[in-house]
Write a protein that binds this ligand. Structure first.
Ligand SMILES: Nc1ncnc2c1ncn2[C@@H]1O[C@H](COP(=O)(O)OP(=O)(O)OP(=O)(O)O)[C@@H](O)[C@H]1O
Length: 269
């Protein structure tokens, strides 16, 4: 059994960032979250990893040890790198040598220097080593390729392919590398909920301009297949894969929208 997020919501003050996330994380099906800045990727990852509490909903089946690379460097990294790795290994309750992955990743810094004084790429390698080297049942990685040189990035590709078959994996990534993992399911967060898998390059889309009653964010949660949306003066424009166009139109009409324009948008690069 994997890790299950059900109806997960997260608000900061009155702003709801996650508005009902349902997600299953299990070995063999790495889940990749892509999308624009501020859509809630890091928030979702923190909640899944147990680093932040959901406002509502549940996360069940989370294993005792979670390997987590946060989007921001944690304060504990004032510790020397070696001490930090052993500290994290103790936190994870593992007997694995936490420095073992550093060679694979091409770590070139001083293990006795405080993590915070290492170069950006070497800090990232320390964070990856503690997350991937502890035998965790769940690994959550926020932009794991960030700051890595080409050799380290390729090494991480290999490590993740290996990890994904035995470990539940949740990755936020804008480089496109995680989406290439075998069996990857790719999602976007649209209006606080997970939207369907992102299309492969070359997919043909329909763009529909609508005038709709009510809250557009609320509507976007129920319109099927939306890949992108734009708010105009009194209109909402959405892009859907061409095969989802009819379903989108039917759902929009059922919600009282009128259709202002429909165009075929051709292949995207
Ligand atoms: N601790 C916090 N307190 C208040 N607001 C927060 C906090 N963390 C995130 N937010 C807000 O929640 C929203 C989602 O942020 P989040 O970092 O999850 O987005 P993201 O998709 O990971 O963005 P990016 O691609 O820029 O990293 C943003 O509007 C952000 O300002």
């Amino acid at each position: 059994m994997g890790v299950r997020l059900a109806g997960v919501r997260k608000s900061y003050r009155r702003r709801e960032v996650l508005a009902g996330i349902d997600l299953e994380l299990a070995p063999g099906r790495p889940v990749v979250v892509v999308g624009g800045n501020g859509t809630g990727k890091s928030t979702l990852l923190r909640v899944a990893a147990g680093a932040s509490a959901a406002t509502a909903g549940s996360v069940t089946g989370r294993p005792g040890a979670v390997g987590f690379v946060p989007g921001r460097v944690p304060a504990s990294t004032r510790m020397p790198a070696r001490a930090y790795l052993w500290h994290m290994a103790a936190v994870h309750g593992t007997r694995h040598d936490p420095t073992a992955l550093l060679d694979d990743l091409g770590f070139s810094g001083d293990l006795d220097a405080p993590v915070a004084r290492l170069s950006t790429g070497n800090v990232q390698k320390i964070l990856l080593a503690q997350a991937l080297g502890c035998g965790a049942g769940l690994v959550v990685l926020d932009e794991p390729w960030s700051g890595l040189d080409a050799a380290a990035a390729a090494a991480l590709d290999r490590l993740l392919v290996e990890a994904a078959s035995t470990t539940a994996l949740l990755v936020a990534d804008h480089t496109g590398r995680a989406a290439a993992l075998p069996g990857a399911a790719v999602f976007r967060i649209v209006a606080g909920v997970l939207a369907e898998a992102v299309d492969l390059p070359g997919a043909v889309h329909t763009v529909v301009e609508l005038r709709c009653p009510g809250d557009p964010a609320e509507l976007l949660r129920v319109l099927p297949g939306v890949r992108e949306s734009w708010l105009g003066a009194g209109s909402l424009t959405v892009r859907v894969p061409v095969e989802r166009g009819d379903g989108l139109l039917a759902a929009a009409l059922a919600r009282g929208c009128s259709v202002l324009a429909v165009r075929r948008d051709g292949a995207r690069p």
